[in-house]
Design a protein around this ligand. Structure first.
Ligand SMILES: [Zn+2]
Length: 472
């Protein structure tokens, strides 16, 4: 019991720390101002607020395998970019329209549609590199500075408007109506887009990709534009593909040719996995018709068989791929996942533990192991694993949600309310988060230390609740 209390206390301390960091960020600081317009700290705070709003209002595509691959990918590209602070948070949006965006604070949003419309990894990279350039060139701050009509608008409104304009096609949902008008007008100017293309090109080259793929991606976008009629995807509204953009990127590639990486097997696997995740049961049949014979097609077929509950067939297909690609962790993790989903818990645990012994702390594998424990109702073991993952992913709302459920099932009600309040907080649902904290304080009423810590956290949260009340 004592051990558990200490453990809980420690966890609260750790997570209160992340709360405090959040709120420290929210405080406007003086200094690092871009000609008196907006500091990087203010930008970042607004970016984080925007992120929480977005998490509340958008359908997030949550899949540890896709998430991990894409995060590592963004870090790899980010490393070669001029972005100052190389810490990124990635949000994959469950939307098949082509879109990607970046927000201050290292927030990168990618629609499922970006995977769909990128033929290869280099094309995907060209869009990410472009988005990172908007961050490194401080386009948000500069745009605000140059905006002529900001006299009557708060900084928050203007920035939110730009963010919403680049991120979503339903601005009303995200910012509750404020500044919608501004959102229509405020996207990056042509000048900034040109600059982002140029900087993005340099990053793409430094990251070792075949730069001609940037203009190939533009051609894909042009094709999407042609086929979309009146229903133009957001990205193409904010990023009109002009002949000039295509020509410039092609000339750049011709002038400084850099025959780099075009594609990878892993990118193709992830692309297929996203396609599978975006497929509902009704459209399985139409997808199946178009599956080809390449290894990545076999991977998609295996996933579809899993969806149809043909687990044996799914494993057969994956095992055949494993034979050809013995070191491929995406394939191996997918096998582990089928074992879990088929209810073969012992096999899943054995197989996953063996892999984890080599890939220590691997996030998708750990998650799979946690799921196996959940299925056998060993909630204590699952809780431990999810807590370990949380240490590295403290604002991952899907993880927080799963963890809170596990805690509820293991009757750890204090843990449940605390974790749930974090889940709600990072989803921009401040009042509900506050209610969970109050409940947690009631449960901890006899434990002075924990109660004090929760009280401190309640005070921090109240400062979020009041402004959002004022806003609405
Ligand atoms: Zn752009």
């Amino acid at each position: 019991m004592i051990k558990k209390t200490i453990c809980t206390l420690l966890l609260i301390l750790i997570s209160i720390n992340s709360y405090a960091q959040e709120s420290a960020i929210e405080l406007p600081l003086i200094g690092d101002r871009l000609s008196g317009a907006v500091s990087e700290t203010e930008e970042e705070a607004l970016g984080r607020q925007f992120l929480r709003d977005l998490k509340r209002e958008s359908a997030i595509l949550y899949d540890p395998i896709v998430q991990e691959w894409t995060e590592l990918f963004i870090y790899k590209i980010g490393e070669k970019s001029k972005v100052n602070k190389k810490a990124f948070e990635l949000l994959i949006i469950e939307d098949n329209n082509l879109n990607a965006f970046a927000a201050p604070g290292g927030i990168i949003g990618v629609n499922a549609g970006l995977f769909k419309y990128s033929d290869n990894e280099a094309q995907f990279a060209s869009v990410i590199a472009h988005e990172l350039a908007h961050l490194s060139q401080r386009h948000f701050a500069r745009q605000i500075l140059e905006g002529s009509d900001r006299s009557n608008q708060s900084l928050a409104t203007v920035l939110a408007s730009i963010l919403v304009a680049v991120a979503t096609n339903s601005p009303a949902a995200v910012i509750g109506g404020q500044g919608i008008l501004a959102a229509q007008q405020l996207r990056f100017s042509r000048l900034y887009e040109t600059e982002a293309d140029r900087e993005g090109y340099v990053t793409l080259q430094k990251a070792g990709y075949d730069t001609i793929q940037m203009s190939e991606m533009f051609k894909n976008m042009q094709e999407v534009r042609r086929l979309s009629g009146d229903n133009v995807p957001e990205f193409l509204l904010t990023h009109p593909i002009t002949t000039r953009r295509i020509t410039e990127s092609r000339e750049r590639a011709r002038e400084y040719p850099s025959p780099g990486t075009i594609d990878s097997f892993n990118f193709q696997l992830i692309k297929k996995r996203v396609e599978y995740l975006m497929t509902d049961n009704l459209s399985i049949r139409s997808i199946e018709k178009d599956i080809g014979e390449n290894d990545e097609d076999i991977y998609l077929r295996a996933l579809i068989e899993k969806k149809k509950l043909n687990f044996t067939r799914s494993i057969e297909l994956l095992k055949s791929l494993e034979k050809k690609h013995p070191d491929n962790l995406i394939i191996k993790t997918s096998i582990a996942e089928v074992y879990t989903e088929s209810g073969n818990i012992r096999k899943s645990k054995d197989y996953t533990n063996k892999l984890l012994a080599v890939s220590l702390g691997n996030y998708p594998l750990s998650y799979n192991l946690a799921n196996a424990h959940i299925l056998e109702e060993d909630y204590i073991a699952a809780e431990q694993l999810l807590e370990d993952i949380k240490f590295y992913r403290p604002v991952d709302i899907n993880l927080l949600k799963d963890l809170s459920q596990v805690q509820k099932n293991s009757n750890n009600m204090l843990g449940y309310h605390l974790t749930n309040s974090e889940f709600l907080f990072y989803s921009g649902r401040y009042e509900e988060a506050l209610r969970d904290l109050q409940e947690a304080r009631r449960i901890a009423r006899n434990n002075f230390k924990i109660r004090e810590i929760i009280t401190e956290r309640i005070l921090i949260l109240q400062s979020y609740v009041q402004p959002s009340r004022r806003r609405s």
